[in-house]
Design a protein around this ligand. Structure first.
Ligand SMILES: Nc1ncnc2c1ncn2[C@@H]1O[C@H](COP(=O)(O)OP(=O)(O)OP(=O)(O)O)[C@@H](O)[C@H]1O
Ligand SMILES: [Mg+2]
Length: 237
């Protein structure tokens, strides 16, 4: 399974959910699960996994190169812990033509569970950006999940993205990051986005502290881990 997580507003919790999902899938808590590849297109994953800032090339550098194939992609991998490999984002700004399609092809035939942190596709113009292009292509291979809080401003952006005429960015499901005190609930979000809520993750100070300490991988907080295990079953990983 290849699952792509993305958002329409910064700070939604996309990278935290992606890291948690990859760790849970890799079996940090249950060794019977298979190994996992986490592909970071957003840049925060090394810090989330408690790693130093990578000095080696990453996904964007692979996308910028004219050549380099599956082996070159594999050489990008960092191995923070058993069962989990990370392709860091890298630094290159311009991508070579056809490379995003090639990346999608290679990830599509991976044996491992692949989790992609697609980052924030911020506004209407984002739907024609390179990042959106890649997220759209990845969505053709596996579930594409929008990470969103029950926030009116975020939902307006989703609706704007959806109503664009050419190849709108439409997720297969929503990961709802719920905070206390919001007026909108899961039903409102599902209705606005037009797809089901596949998982609900609570904003939990224990999760925030684990992120800040770079300890998310070593002990996934219980309720967070349960929500993510449920999500893995939902998407058949
Ligand atoms: N479930 C959660 N409980 C508590 N805090 C959370 C949770 N998820 C994320 N956070 C906190 O919210 C902030 C934003 O999270 P994160 O970086 O994952 O969001 P993002 O959508 O990836 O943001 P960006 O747009 O910057 O990439 C961080 O401070 C993180 O610690
Ligand atoms: Mg992020």
């Amino acid at each position: 399974v290849l699952v792509t997580l993305w958002s329409v507003k910064g700070g939604s919790g996309t990278s935290t959910v992606a890291a948690g999902l990859a760790v849970v899938a890799a079996g940090a808590s249950s060794p019977s699960r298979g190994s996992t590849l986490l592909v970071d297109l957003a840049g925060d994953q090394p810090a989330l996994l408690g790693l130093a800032r990578p000095t080696s090339p990453g996904a964007l550098d692979w996308l910028a190169a004219e050549h380099g194939d599956a082996d070159a992609l594999r050489r990008l991998e960092l191995a923070p812990e058993h069962g989990l490999a990370l392709v860091p984002r890298g630094e290159a700004l311009a991508w070579a033509p056809d490379r995003p399609a090639r990346l999608v092809e290679l990830l599509a035939v991976e044996d491992r569970t692949v989790v992609v942190d697609g980052g924030t596709l911020a506004d209407r113009t984002a739907s024609s950006s390179a990042g959106a292009e890649l997220v759209r292509a990845l969505a053709g291979v596996g579930p594409s999940l929008l990470v969103v809080r029950p926030c009116y401003l975020a939902l307006r952006r989703v609706v704007a993205l959806r109503s664009e005429p050419d190849a709108p960015l439409r997720p297969d499901g929503v990961v709802l990051v719920v905070e206390p005190g919001r007026a909108l609930d899961a039903t409102d979000v599902a209705r606005a986005v037009g797809v089901p809520v596949r998982a609900t993750v609570a904003v939990d100070p224990v999760v925030a502290r684990a992120v800040d300490a770079g300890l998310l991988t070593s002990r996934v907080p219980r309720p967070f881990g349960r929500a993510l295990s449920g999500l893995l079953s939902e998407i058949g990983a």
